[in-house]
Ligand binder design. Structure first.
Ligand SMILES: CC/C=C\C=C\CC(=O)SCCNC(=O)CCNC(=O)[C@H](O)C(C)(C)COP(=O)(O)OP(=O)(O)OC[C@H]1O[C@@H](n2cnc3c(N)ncnc32)[C@H](O)[C@@H]1OP(=O)(O)O
Length: 319
């Protein structure tokens, strides 16, 4: 289905299809990553709107790379994000992901030119039900694109600078950890383009900040929230003076997490995500069932031995 979508958009070549399921990685560091790229994850299969680098072992940086358009989400980018995170989910060379944006802003949200084009496409369809029939799978695709961050078993750290608007909020609220720069600002802008957010913000933002009142205020008004408020409400948990420091810290944290047992980290993420909207008992049931297998892992013995011997960097097999 995904491959068919990719083929239909013309964005994927036969070559890339042959390599699907593997991480596609550019072999050039982005400017932000210059000097810290140490190894490639895999063969080349380039994305048009994402730049992938590997600054440290098991740490993959995904950069929204449509800087000329302020990383506005066009259809191709939604598809590429989904493909990328689904691929990283199963890639044993990836343990933690850092997502950031190239250029002036993290993201200006959905590409408004794409929205206009969509309006024109819909105008060509006469029947209202058929318009809806056309629209529904597109919204589903965009929802799945955002959810691919949450569904990816590897922790995702969002590193936000400057504007993070609309779809940008959808994206970062599906991440595990959020850091930003002092100049970052956030806006749930959908209401200002005449729509209800429909790809994740309404579900995830209230949980991320733990305040229904603030979340609803932000969603009803589209008002700008500065980094200081984002920190105080818990949307982000660290703020840095500028982008370089932000990326450095995000990568350091990713590296730190990547040195832990991948069984422990990935099971933890899966259980936290599973438990978010379920009664505690259901979360406990899930982790009990998972751990009756995972407690038998070699990682547990190895990590426990490392604790006893004060070895702070035990090596774990790929997962
Ligand atoms: C199924 C639906 C799924 C998801 C839906 C998501 C909904 C959303 O994402 S709602 C949010 C939509 N985005 C916006 O409303 C952003 C509007 N833009 C801005 O607020 C600002 O441009 C800015 C991003 C804060 C940047 O400000 P600044 O640095 O001052 O640059 P500008 O001079 O304003 O803009 C330069 C240039 O960029 C164009 N542009 C900005 N945002 C978008 C966008 N989202 N899509 C397309 N183009 C965008 C802007 O029009 C300017 O173009 P020029 O041709 O240079 O005039």
């Amino acid at each position: 289905m995904l491959l068919n979508n990719l083929r239909k958009t013309g964005m994927i070549t036969r070559n890339l299809i042959a390599k699907s399921g593997s991480v596609s990685v550019t072999n050039q560091p982005t400017r932000a990553m210059a000097g810290i790229l140490t190894e490639k994850v895999d063969r080349h299969a380039e994305y048009k709107n994402l730049a992938i680098t590997v600054p440290k072992p098991f740490v993959v940086c995904v950069e929204l790379n449509r800087a000329k358009r302020y990383n506005a989400f066009n259809k191709e980018m939604w598809i590429e994000i989904k493909h990328c995170f689904e691929s990283l989910h199963t890639n044993p060379d990836c343990r933690v992901i850092v997502i950031s944006g190239a250029g002036k802003h993290f993201s200006a949200g959905i590409d408004l030119n794409d929205m206009i084009k969509l309006g024109q496409d819909l105008a060509d369809i006469d029947d209202v039900a058929r318009k809806g029939h056309y629209l529904e799978p597109l919204i589903k695709l965009y929802q799945d694109s955002i959810s691919s961050l949450e569904n990816c078993s590897k922790p995702v750290i969002a590193a936000v600078h400057s504007a993070c608007i609309g779809a940008g909020i959808d994206l970062i609220t599906a991440a595990d950890i959020r850091y930003c720069t002092e100049d970052a600002f956030f806006s749930v802008k959908e209401v200002d383009i005449g729509m209800a957010a429909d790809v994740g913000t309404l579900q995830r933002l209230p949980k991320a900040i733990g305040s229904q009142s603030l979340a609803r205020e932000l969603c009803y008004t589209g008002r700008r929230m500065e980094s200081s408020e984002a920190l105080s409400c818990g949307l982000v948990n660290r703020v840095f003076p500028e982008k370089e420091a932000l990326l450095k810290a995000a990568i350091e944290m990713a590296e730190h997490i990547a040195q832990k047992s991948p069984i422990a980290v990935q099971t933890t993420k899966q259980n936290i995500v599973y438990s978010l909207s379920r009664p505690n008992q259901e979360g406990l049931d899930q982790i009990r069932i998972m751990n009756k297998l995972y407690l038998l892992s070699e990682d547990l013995a190895q990590a426990a031995a490392a604790q006893l011997t004060k070895d702070d960097k035990p090596t774990f097999s790929k997962l």
